[in-house]
Write a protein that binds this ligand. Sequence first.
Ligand code: FES
Length: 318
Amino acid sequence: MKARPITTVKTIVTDVKEAGAGIKLFSLADPDQWELPPFRPGAHIDLHLPNGLVRTYSLCNEPADNKRYVIAVKREPGGRGGSRALHDEVAIGDVLGVSLPRGGLDIVPGIVRYVFVAGGIGVTPFLSMARHLEQTKQADFTLHLIVREEVPLAAELGSLIEQGRVVVHRTFLSGRPDLAPLIGKSGSETKVACCGPESMIDDFERVTTTWPAANVHIERFVAPPPVIDPDAKPFTVSLARTGTDIQVRAGQTMLAALQAGGVDIATSCCGGICGACKVGWIEGKPIHRDRILSPYERERYLMVCVAGSDADRLVLDL
Ligand code: FES
């Protein structure tokens, strides 16, 4: 069967820097110093690590800084292994494959103010967005950074903190602040965004329920536990380009069935939050379950790591 093409870019690690709070900054560049594929502020890339793992990280440099990708990685001793591999095994001069950047913030005409709410290392995508907005002056912004005590990426955030564009809230002093007064009132000219632990995202979703969906942006870095639907029925996935049918058993993920059928699918989080496994669908009734696609995108795409089907047959653009 014909494999689905996976587009990766070869990069070389040009700098590794300690950034405090167990975080390292990695700079990746084209081996011949060409410009890298462009990205939106706060976009993500999938890193193909030497041990075979694929992990997704937010870019924290700004799009105009187009000859490198900079990621901030916190070493998580109890994590799934990606941050440990990067911290312990990757050094300057190593070659890493990265995906094309995806996601990030759409700078929309008409939005005059952005309010970002970040928890700890969740600040990384907003650092890129803040730098971009500071340089382009396309809109006003405030970044509320909620930390226990130590500020991550303190050196990178220093001047923004001094200017009052980044407001640090330390929870060890007074607990987590109420998010409602931080983001202010809903309005068509304001866009709000959050990245942090799941409990913070839950709070953020609660206080933005009345906001227009287009003005609310959420970045997740921890996939929720996989959903096993006890009522799931088997279904057939038809691959439009190859004319192949693949059966998905009850309780099996579409991703597992496709991989068992020899279809090469890029993955990273396997929990519907990173977008690596996004595939177009043509016919059927997908049950989406991902946490990133907008209603508009869901009319054309699904994430095969978490999506199911509410019909006997689902036709994919593969
Ligand atoms: S692998 Fe991350 S959304 Fe499917």
